[in-house]
Design a protein around this ligand. Structure first.
Ligand code: BGC
Length: 276
């Protein structure tokens, strides 16, 4: 059963009118596939706001491609269908084909996800990496709006996702969460889930994030870091700890779209693919 997700901060409207997605006459739905939930909503691409309630179904276990596709079909049904659909997955996606599976079922590797969802939904579907989608949404509607130069978004959640932009253009699949830091995968050292699992205080975890950003800062010299993931709303609490270990004054700001960035970015990708 899907449930309305009351944590959504967006204005809600459960019966999207034709054209209400801001995608011309098209209704555009974004779907965000995460480790615990699959979330979807109609997106108003003129404003970046949700044009329906955000609905969520628990991620199936095991989260095989077919099981996830069935969930996406159910979410689309409950939203009343869509003309265009974009789907995020927490993996490298090249031309619709999933190449890695750090936090999803191994059976995704080699899956043509574009073809899978297109078959299941009966329409073309854009599939992209979850952090890339969140970054696209922030660059269009949120913290990166109007920003040029190199911008790096880091999403701190179960893993660490990344999206790198140069003059507003995405370099997809950067996977900076898997850089090596202190002899381990950076996401196993500094993801938000590590703070919870290891019961780290804000200071200790903030220092880890600072060391991580320092490494990325040295590699990419961005003009702006955007921090995403649920933990970004507390950035004020731990930013001074992050700064202590960053050793640079590169601007660091929290994401604006919070838990709807993936949905909005997926819808943007669907719209862009349809018009390319
Ligand atoms: C995956 C990335 C994903 C990130 C956030 C990482 O483990 O490799 O593809 O963007 O987690 O979900």
């Amino acid at each position: 059963m899907s449930t309305p997700d009351s944590s959504s901060a967006a204005s809600t409207r459960s019966d999207p009118a034709p054209g209400g997605s801001g995608g011309g006459d098209h209704t555009v739905v974004g779907v965000d596939v995460g480790g615990s939930g699959v979330k979807a909503a109609v997106v108003d691409l003129a404003t970046g706001e949700l044009a329906s309630e955000r609905i969520r179904i628990e991620t199936p276990h095991p989260a095989t491609p077919e099981a996830v596709a069935a969930v996406v079909v159910e979410l689309l049904d409950r939203l009343g269908g869509a003309d265009r659909v974009g789907v995020t997955v927490p993996a490298v996606v090249q031309r619709g084909v999933v190449r890695t599976a750090a936090n999803i079922d191994d059976s995704w590797v080699g899956t043509d996800a574009n073809a899978l969802f297109a078959r299941a939904l009966g329409r073309p579907t854009a599939v992209l990496n979850d952090a890339d989608a969140a970054g696209l949404a922030e660059m269009r509607f949120g913290a990166g709006r109007g920003r040029t130069g190199v911008v790096v978004m880091a999403t701190l959640g179960t893993g660490i996702g990344s999206a790198v932009f140069t003059d507003g253009r995405l370099v997809p699949n950067t996977e900076l969460g898997h850089l090596e830091l202190r002899g381990m995968d950076a996401e196993d050292y500094a993801a938000a889930s590590v703070r919870e699992n290891e019961h780290l205080g804000w200071k200790k975890w903030g220092h880890r994030v600072g060391r991580y950003l320092r490494m990325v800062d040295r590699l990419f010299s961005p003009e702006l870091f955007i921090i995403g993931g649920g933990v970004s709303k507390h950035l004020d609490h731990y930013m001074h700890h992050v700064r202590d270990k960053m050793h640079s004054d590169t601007e660091v700001v929290p994401a604006h779209l919070l838990n709807q960035a993936g949905i909005v970015g997926a819808a943007l990708a669907a719209q862009e693919e349809a018009s390319s």
